[in-house]
Design a binder for this molecule. Structure first.
Ligand SMILES: NC(=O)c1ccc[n+]([C@@H]2O[C@H](COP(=O)([O-])OP(=O)(O)OC[C@H]3O[C@@H](n4cnc5c(N)ncnc54)[C@H](O)[C@@H]3O)[C@@H](O)[C@H]2O)c1
Length: 273
């Protein structure tokens, strides 16, 4: 039986814009009580107003444990947390040799440490209630690492590894862990990034729909679009040399290298602040 989302308390980080905002809209429409977190109080409050229903917003920096803990305490005023969507993430792009240490730390702290911290904060309550679902928004680059985004790729690979361990650790307690692996999504984070040949950037709402599907029926690994999972696993079965040639032919290896730098300027500034 699919899980009903009516009256469920759903916490979504980084839901002030992009995939998180679209996901908040879908959960609210399904009758959930949605708690939006984002870096900026105004952004979170505006998003909550836009989503409507019983949605509330609060500031959170997932890279800062104390801030994340305050956010979870705020969310719990709505009731015990049923679903946590670890969605907040950043993608500054550059060759590794040009990436300063502050940027490296920030990518790891937001994309990986944030997921670990969020899990630590909500898992005890979920274990005690013997129910709950943690949905981590990873990325296709959590399975296919690409040039010009080495630290980003590493952070998403790590999220996949962490999630796999947590799924087996928490399943006996009735708590589920799922991952979402979108390809290129049309949000500010992917400004100036083109999809591989034969593919198109997916809309944030398509990712949101996949997340809702997983919330109804937990499944460990969901790619968006769904068919990209089959493409990845069949290519992965090929010898590395053949796989590299095929990846190069569709431009997948250059997806984060052949970018429109001007189109990314605003995003890169936001992601580094
Ligand atoms: N857009 C893509 O192509 C794509 C593809 C695969 C995976 N993803 C992943 O999807 C997730 C959402 O990305 P998006 O494309 O919607 O990006 P986005 O930049 O449009 O939105 C991300 C939101 O997260 C917030 N945020 C950033 N750092 C934060 C922090 N420390 N604490 C709290 N909030 C923070 C931002 O303020 C922003 O509102 C990310 O984890 C990203 O890695 C995106």
């Amino acid at each position: 039986m699919p899980t009903s989302l009516t009256d469920q308390v759903v916490v979504i980080t980084g839901a002030g814009r992009g995939i998180g905002l679209a996901t908040a809209g879908r959960f609210a429409a399904a009758g959930a009580i949605v708690v939006i977190g984002d870096l900026d109080d105004d952004v979170a409050a505006k998003a909550a107003l836009e989503v409507g229903g019983r949605t509330v917003g609060h500031v959170v920096d997932v890279a800062d444990r104390a801030s994340y803990a305050r956010f979870i305490t705020f969310a719990e005023q709505q009731g015990p947390i049923d679903v946590l969507v670890n969605n907040a993430g950043i993608m500054p792009l550059s060759p590794l040799v040009d990436e300063d240490d502050a940027a490296t730390d920030r990518i790891i702290d937001v994309n990986l440490r944030g997921v670990i911290t969020g899990t630590k904060l909500v898992a005890p309550g979920m274990i005690a209630r013997r129910r709950g679902h943690i949905i981590n928004v990873a990325s296709a680059v959590g399975r296919i690492a690409v040039a010009n985004g080495a630290t980003y790729s590493a952070s998403k690979y790590a999220v996949m590894g962490f999630s796999e361990a947590m799924e087996s650790e928490l399943a006996p307690d009735g708590v589920r862990v799922s991952c979402i692996l979108p390809t290129v999504v049309d949000t500010e984070l992917a400004a100036g990034v083109s999809a591989a040949k034969g593919m198109r950037a997916v809309r944030p709402d398509e990712v949101a729909a996949a997340i809702i599907g997983v919330a109804h029926k937990p499944r460990f690994e969901t790619w968006v679009p769904a068919w990209s999972k089959g493409l990845f696993y069949s290519m992965n079965a090929l010898p590395r040399r053949v796989r590299n040639t095929a990846g190069h032919a569709i431009g997948a290896d250059d997806a984060l290298r052949k970018i429109d730098v001007d189109a990314r300027q605003d995003y890169e500034r936001r992601a580094s602040s």
